[in-house]
Design a protein around this ligand. Structure first.
Ligand SMILES: [Zn+2]
Ligand SMILES: [Zn+2]
Length: 319
């Protein structure tokens, strides 16, 4: 089991930044197995708590916490947990966005709204656009409302929420958001309206099997036709949606462990040992893009999983 505690000495170095961890500084210990003289032993790898939070939040949220840990650190851990369990569908503060060209749900408060203007693109088609500057967490970000959204009534300090917006890299190198066809723009929405509008799911990480740090079961398009399904032993065809379950392989001679993963047809995974947990881990990490481009597969999966209460609940939220 991983542990968060105050460092007992100044001897250990942080595995991430390589600097020493000072006595009484909060640290995270990651338990790991190694072989020595033919037998398997466990050891601890140490990280500054800060380094672990920034780079391996998942180790942090599943660690035992020593009762010597101070209240402000505990609050910080709560924050980490909240963030790490937010699915791709959660409504984020617009300043938290990191990637461009993603379907996102964001919020902010209006600082300034420009007048709508007419935009004619290369093909000659006319579009109305309206630039809004919003504030989030002391950061200023830009939103561009397109066409029908330009007519919305909005005022300074209003809360604005965009569902199914598109993140874009602005000319100032900061991420901005487009609200276009298919997006929903809400001004001063009620909490209960928001809850109804987005899937209410938490990212799940199974503790049933050990896997390399930062690796989780995910859905992915097969990059080649090389992988074989771990259940039916048939090939998984290139560009087919598959499930990857990360874990550890073992060298038969040296007993040395190495990161290794198993692949599955989406329809086969439930028959695997831990299949339900693998699926839950992967389902809660789905992105809006993955759902939109594989709707048929997920509808079939929903039929297949109709007796699995928890999994079908997640799927029906997503679809
Ligand atoms: Zn460090
Ligand atoms: Zn299969």
């Amino acid at each position: 089991m991983n542990i968060i505690e105050l460092s007992k000495s100044s001897r250990a170095g942080c595995r991430f930044c390589k600097l020493k961890i000072q006595k009484d500084e909060p640290r995270l210990g990651e338990e790991y197995e190694f072989s020595m003289g033919g037998s398997v032993r466990t050891g601890m790898r140490w990280f500054h708590l800060k380094c672990a939070i920034d780079n391996f939040p998942d180790l942090v949220i599943h660690a035992d916490v020593s009762d010597k840990i101070t209240k402000d650190v505990l609050e910080q851990l709560e924050e980490v947990k909240k963030k790490a369990t937010q699915s791709a569908f959660a409504i984020q503060g617009i300043s938290e966005l990191g990637e461009e060209e993603k379907t996102v749900n964001v919020k902010g408060h209006i600082l300034k709204a420009m007048k709508p203007k007419l935009d004619i693109d290369e093909s000659g088609s006319e579009n109305q656009s309206r630039t809004i500057y919003v504030e989030d967490n002391d950061n200023r970000r830009k939103i561009v409302l397109w066409n029908e959204h330009t007519k919305l009534k909005l005022e300074k300090t209003d809360k604005i929420v965009i569902l199914k917006g598109l993140s874009k890299l602005g000319s100032d190198e900061k991420i901005m958001v487009y609200a276009n066809k298919g997006s929903k723009v809400l001004i001063n929405p009620k909490d209960e309206d928001l809850e109804k509008s987005i899937p209410n799911i938490e990212i799940f990480t199974s503790q049933e099997w050990t896997k390399p740090r930062g690796k989780f079961s995910i859905f992915e398009l097969a990059k080649s036709s090389r992988a074989t399904c771990n259940v039916c032993k048939e090939k998984i065809i290139k560009a087919e949606l598959k499930i990857i379950k990360p874990g550890w392989g073992e060298n038969e001679d040296t007993k040395q462990k190495f990161p290794s993963s198993a692949s599955y047809h989406v329809s086969c995974i439930i028959k695997d040992e831990n299949g339900g947990e693998v699926l839950q881990e992967a389902l809660t990490r789905l992105t809006p893009e993955q759902i939109d481009s594989n709707r048929n597969i997920f509808s079939d999966l929903q039929v297949q999983l109709k007796d699995e209460v928890q999994l079908s609940e997640i799927l029906s939220q997503l679809l």
